[in-house]
Design a protein. Structure first.
Length: 235
């Protein structure tokens, strides 16, 4: 197994390089790269369906020559991976969008501009991973491919999540004061009151009908039987 769960950045390519350039055993290479020994054996025998381009772990800072020499001298020695250079991580700029989804960005932008004009261009840039110039071109219909752009929900297109979209829409609405306007909207107040009144009347009518039915049952004459008939004839 790999030391402390650490493996090279490109395990298969690294294993291919070690097979071709060192005298390490298959077991040592498999353990260092976190692979099964049969995978390494297949690489050495050229039996793999995919041909890997070797990746030098020494140049990558993941393995030292001293470690390789120790491993070559002792087949039971387990190679120790070196801490490679820190990976540079993006902290700013537009979000990364897979190549297969990039052609859908204009459709998502057009949908946002049409359905949520309150969202700022900066927020759209962060949500979709685009530029202000592209947004402006679509808004002004000067985009080079404007005739092919069809507004589509960016969530459906896989450009963002529903939670991200809802969050940005809520912030934009609050900033634009749209939430307060919605709360003060009385256009349907009359219809609402009329519906409530109708429901109250139906409830009261059903209650009266139930009470009348119950009262009628209490006053109904007793059922005539043979015993009651004899009593009446005796009287």
């Amino acid at each position: 197994m790999a030391q402390n769960g650490l493996v090279p950045l490109m395990p298969h390519a690294t294993a291919a390089w070690l097979v071709d350039n060192t005298a390490l055993s298959f077991q040592q290479i498999a353990e260092f790269c976190g692979l099964h020994i049969l995978e390494v054996q297949a690489m050495a025998d050229d039996m793999t369906g995919t041909k890997y381009t070797g990746r030098d772990p020494v140049r990558a800072g993941e393995l030292s020559m001293d470690e390789i020499e120790k491993g070559q001298a002792d087949p039971d020695y387990s190679l120790k991976i070196s801490k490679g250079p820190e990976q540079v991580r993006r902290t700013k700029g537009p979000r990364y969008t897979p190549v297969s989804k990039r052609q859908d960005k204009p459709d998502g932008i057009a949908w946002l501009l049409r359905n949520h004009p309150e969202i700022s261009d900066g927020a759209i840039c962060k949500l979709i991973g685009t530029t202000r110039n592209t947004i402006q071109a679509i808004r002004e219909r000067s985009h080079w491919n404007i005739s092919e752009i069809q507004p589509k929900d960016p969530v459906t297109l896989g450009l963002c999540s529903q939670r991200e979209l809802d969050s940005i829409v809520a912030r934009a609405a609050k900033k634009a004061g749209l939430e307060d306007k919605a709360a003060d909207d009385t256009r349907f107040a009359g219809d609402k009151e009329a519906l409530l009144e109708q429901l109250r009347n139906e409830r009261d009518e059903a209650k009266r009908a139930a009470e009348e039915a119950l009262h009628g049952e209490e006053e109904a004459p007793a059922e005539l039987t043979a015993e009651t008939l004899f009593k009446k004839s005796g009287e």
